[in-house]
Design a protein. Sequence first.
Lengths: 263, 264, 324
Amino acid sequence: MIKKYWNIYKVFWRTSLARELEFRANFLAKIGINIIWIGFYVISVAILFNNTASIGTWTKGDVYILAAFFTFVEAIAYTIFVRNTQEIAEMIRNGNFDGILLRPVNTQFLASLRFVSFDELGTLIGSLAMFIYGLSQSHASINFRQILLALAFVGIGLIIFYCFAMTITIMVFWFIKLDNIRVLMTSTLQLVRFPADVLPTVIRRILVVVLPISFISTIPTQALLGRNIEPWAGVGVIISLSLFIGVKLFWDYALKAYSSASS
Amino acid sequence: MWQKILALFSINLQGNLIYKANAFLWMLTDAVPAIFMPLVWLASYQGRANIAGFTPSLMVTYYLAVFIINNVVGSGIFDEVARDVREGQLAKHLIRPISYLSTCYFSNISWRIVRLFMSLPLIVIGFVVWHNYLSLDNLNLGIWFWLALLLAHFLNFTISYTIGSLALILVETSSFFSIYFFFNFLLSGQIAPLAMFPSGLITLATYMPFRYILSFPLEILTGQLSTSGIISGLIIGMIWLGVVTLACKLVWNKGLKSDFAVGI
Amino acid sequence: MDTIINIKNLTKIYRTRKKLPGIGGALKGLFSRQYTETKAVDNISLTVEQGELVGFLGPNGAGKTTTLKMLSGILYPTNGDINVLGFNPTKRPIELRKQFALVMGNKQQLWWDLPARESFILLQALYEVPEEKFNSRLKEMAKLLDVEKLLDKQVRNLSLGERMKLELIAALLHDPKVIFLDEPTLGLDVVAQQKLREFIRHYNQQYKTTILLTSHYMEDIKALCKRVVIIDKGKIVYDGDINKLSSEQSETKTIKATFGQTIKPIALKKYGNIRSLSNQVFEIDIPKSKLQSRLSRLLKDFDVTDLTITETDIADVLRQLFTH
């Protein structure tokens, strides 16, 4: 069965790529705009650090690395599933969701992964550049083990991001008119763009265990910089798995509600 | 005439009530920097009394003021205008006895009022959260401030309206919007008081229209400008208002001649 | 022959929120909610055997689409049992999903910005259709529907008729055992409608696939189905041979009378419903119970040179059925 789903996923990539190539001109413009936005962020941070040497315990380089992780994970999320979650809402509104229900494939898999978006290519490149710049500005020592740990946390962060995006999308089954509910997601995510030191301790804890979006950026950065974050790996795995199962159950429940009510 | 205005108002208000939750969500997006940026700055003071002339108290006040003023001054009309043009809806507006500009302006105003009311609970929360830092005595709420605020309101609306109208002559507007937002965020004082910028950028900002949308009234409010500074600022702002209005007229003249406008 | 579809006592009731007008209403709506209940499908039962081509006929809102959706598992019934190919569609088993197809006339399942072929390849992967079978079926159906040259054109550049043909192919690629067609000819021009009907008929005859077709166009049903199920207000009004519909259900018989001179329609009104084919030839619908008396009076009062008595046209029968 894994083979079946792997094959299907490969076809998703193929179809999405074909679609992207239909709009070549737009494609380049989007990459350009993405890089400009990264530049905007770099400038903002520079302005901030024009007036201070550090924010809490985070230096300029650290903040750039943090921003790079955030942007990178966000870009991958958008590439793989975020756009699909937005389209689920669209489809429910215009009645095209039924087509998804008919296919002999797991509905959640199909609905959340069917499109691969190439819009964020510029962002991926930009965030890598910001990462390298941050590394040069920071004076931390990086070793291979830290990199691996950071990547592991990035994986956990992506799963949590997926659960977050899906939870918000599933709410559309009941609140159909809420077409900018994803704004809720983007605003909340801003909280982990910045060094956690600026937040009160209570909020910091909440962002690790209750709404664990710290795994998207803060924790991977701390892992990379060798700040004794390894104990959290176990917690991260448990949290991400439970959230994933929770989302699946929520999704199944929403489908049942949809099928009872839709006309 | 008043009946027409009331009717427009009423319809806008009804539409707005239905999207009550949508509205609140947009508001939350704006509220995030109002809580967050002060936090970031406060962590940067590290014992210093002020940064570039801003005490912690002034800094917090600044961001709260940004949130409140955004509701009054802001304008999202560019989106509606561009959509009307793209979807060929202009024709139905152009034949009505009220000009399209007025329709847009009233839509904008009614939306501002709704936003102001909806943001009240958030403003109260902001006051409560930051009450330690807020001090309202140093604020300059004299006539100059209100003049600058009025200027900001009209300038922002006009720029927004003109940019939206670019849909009449450009095929794709979203890249343009992105670029506009980019400069707006940077040079209008949304992310940080302009005083924080390196001096070269500050000089640039003085001659760009973005400052007069937000930062200028705020600079008056926080007592950063001398009277001569205020007056020269008002003059530059009014000049920009004139320039944008002219640009708007040009866009419409050219645009109405093309096919897009009439709804093809 | 196998029973492919078995429906018992199927009912579907909708609850919808009532919206009150004006600002006052909008405000009130924030605090209290009122609901209305609609019975879309009311206790229907029927069975369909393998290879049948059954037509569901009924006015808009009769419950045809709702029934098809319940058969597809997209909609849950309020009451009753459904069995399709031995499965309960409400549970949406993957085995069942592989074996049926649903085509809705007003909904699009192909990707808008891509050539149809790309959508087909995606469907092939989803339904796990072996390469050879996929290619041969695609080739055959494209040829039958005359769309071979359209396979690589962007779907959004095609006309409605061309798109419908491709939608049909998309639905049939995985060789489903049961096909649900919901208003497939909606919005199409006469030529396209005919082509689609021919294709459906040919497909049913060649592959003996069970097909359920809904429509509010009489011509679709007449052209394709031997058996028709007439649904009105959620209830089955007639389920049987389409040719016997008139003789069993009609309240009237239709006579076609040719007169020796020009007749004004007003003069014939008292005999029944009039349709003038020319100013000397008329069709009159006469209630069966009054047939003898009115006919003899007609022959007495007028100079009738030719007379035939036929079953009332199905369309008129339906009108009688639906206005009760």
